[in-house]
Ligand binder design. Structure first.
Ligand code: F0G
Length: 462
């Protein structure tokens, strides 16, 4: 049996969990029109919907919040954050934003013209939507192993360097306003990207004069994977690894809600002076003055401290160990998961688990509903609801991987909670052939998983 890592902390504040019965949950999910995003969190037993904004802050971060300087301009807390961002990320400029997608919005607004392409190893939903919202075309160029849930490649988040070069040549560098790489690759199983791959990606973008940005929200977890798995990095600290990684890029977008261990916040880093000036203007228009960017001074303080805590080796060993534990236990129980374990989440390979439900009937969605009914577990579908795309003729293309993600909030759940998740999914495994598909009754125009509504298909509908 996989071993559970020691927690490098004690618990000082607790939050009660209300238990619900199965009959209650059947009513609750029906009232939520079978969309797990609409279920009140007080009706959820173990909430694995996301690792974003769900971290438990440390006593030091809470103390830091009391020191937050709430001045409108040039608050002390801005300088605390600036010092941390400068040392870890190293870019010439940064602006705080209220969360990651606001940084993406500013970048996309400044750089994308209609019909231009933005390559990435894999876009997550908000980057994909922000690129599209500006008339851009998001392109995923991850290595083939990254799309194979069973491949044991150590860096399944890597960009396919050959595909990237061919793609830029095909569309022309002038049609690529900037290039991205996402660390870790959230849409592809939370899989890491190697330093060698980041370096090679940067070289290609720069060879064609294309600015290179890192979607950095899980950069600390990625750095620890590099330390564990990549030759030449075992003796380096996660900080040194992060510094090298960002040294290859021209900027980054950051959701502090992940590896900075806070509940809200983000930032955009850039080297280019002119672009920084434009970013400030965008910020003033939509987010706030450039030294607070839509956040309270106390939030800036908590991010500054959280960035450092998120790079501590004992914490990162525990963090990745917890994900590996849950993945290992589920695989042992016969629930197929993407392997090796990713950083922040376990990804169930739904095509293998529920092969009898075709993608147009949303098998991942069905599994996420059943996990709630069975044990009050909230997880998220990353499959045909979140990532299917429709062409101009109304024809749907379904994603190659159909996954359900069990994202682990940072420093929140114990081994017992994770064992309860294993028990629940083991019970689902035993009745999986009786799980049926869903029909969408309300389809929003984009990011549809957040607000779509569904009903279960009856056996004779299928
Ligand atoms: N990039 C990646 C790779 C993400 O995973 C997210 C958010 C964002 C950007 C946007 O950041 O939420 O602060 O605006 N991912 C969350 C998730 C929502 O559940 O994985 P944000």
């Amino acid at each position: 049996m996989p071993s559970y890592p020691d927690e490098p902390f004690r618990i000082k504040v607790v939050e009660p969990i209300r238990r619900t019965t199965r009959a209650e949950r059947e009513q609750i999910i029906k009232a939520a029109r079978y969309n797990i995003f609409k279920v009140p969190s007080s009706d959820v037993t173990v909430d694995l919907l996301t690792d974003s904004g769900t971290s438990a802050m440390s006593d030091n971060q809470w103390a830091g919040m009391m020191h937050g300087d709430e001045a409108y301009a040039c608050a002390r807390s801005y300088y605390s954050l600036e010092a941390a961002v400068r040392e870890i990320f190293g870019f010439g400029h940064f602006v705080p934003t209220h969360q990651g997608r606001a940084a993406e919005n500013i970048l996309c607004t400044m750089l994308i013209n209609d019909g231009q392409h933005v390559p990435n190893n894999m876009h997550f939903d908000t980057t994909m939507a922000n690129v599209s919202a500006r008339g851009g075309i998001p392109v995923n160029l991850v290595i083939d192993e990254g799309m194979d849930p069973t491949s044991l490649h150590p860096f399944k988040g890597n960009m396919d360097i050959g595909k990237l070069r061919t793609f830029i040549r095909k569309v022309g560098a002038a049609n690529v306003p900037f290039g991205l790489t996402t660390v870790t690759n959230n849409a592809g199983g939370g899989q890491p990207v190697s330093m060698g791959n980041i370096r090679a990606t940067a070289e290609i973008y720069h060879e064609y004069g294309i600015p290179f940005f890192i979607d950095a929200c899980r950069y600390a977890e990625n750095s620890y994977f590099i330390k564990m798995r990549e030759e030449g990095y075992a003796g380096k600290t996660p900080l040194e690894i992060a510094q090298e990684m960002f040294g290859y890029a021209d900027g980054c977008t950051m959701s502090a809600k992940k590896d900075a261990l806070v509940n809200i916040g983000g930032f955009l880093c850039l080297n280019d002076d002119g672009l920084f000036q434009r970013a400030q203007q965008e910020l003033i228009l939509r987010e706030g003055f450039p030294t607070y960017g839509g956040l309270a001074g106390r939030d800036l303080e908590a991010i500054a401290l959280g960035l450092w805590e998120g790079l501590e080796e004992a914490y990162l060993a525990y963090r990745l160990g917890q994900t590996a534990y849950l993945t290992g236990r589920l695989v042992e129980a016969g629930v197929p998961c993407v392997v090796p374990a990713g950083g922040h989440a376990v990804y169930i390979d739904v095509k293998s688990f529920l092969p009898h439900i075709p993608q147009p009937q949303f098998p991942g969605w069905a599994l996420s509903v059943e996990a709630y009914i069975e044990g009050g577990i909230r997880c998220v579908e990353l499959g045909s609801v979140a990532f299917a795309t429709k062409d101009d003729n109304g024809l749907w293309t379904y994603p190659e991987m159909e996954m359900v993600r069990l994202a682990i909030p940072r420093r929140v759940y114990t081994q017992t909670h994770l064992d309860y998740v294993v028990e629940t999914l083991t019970a689902l495994r035993d009745r999986k052939d009786a799980i049926g598909g869903y029909r969408m009754t309300y389809e929003p125009p984009f990011l549809r998983h957040f607000t779509a509504e569904f009903e279960p298909l009856r056996p004779d509908d299928a």
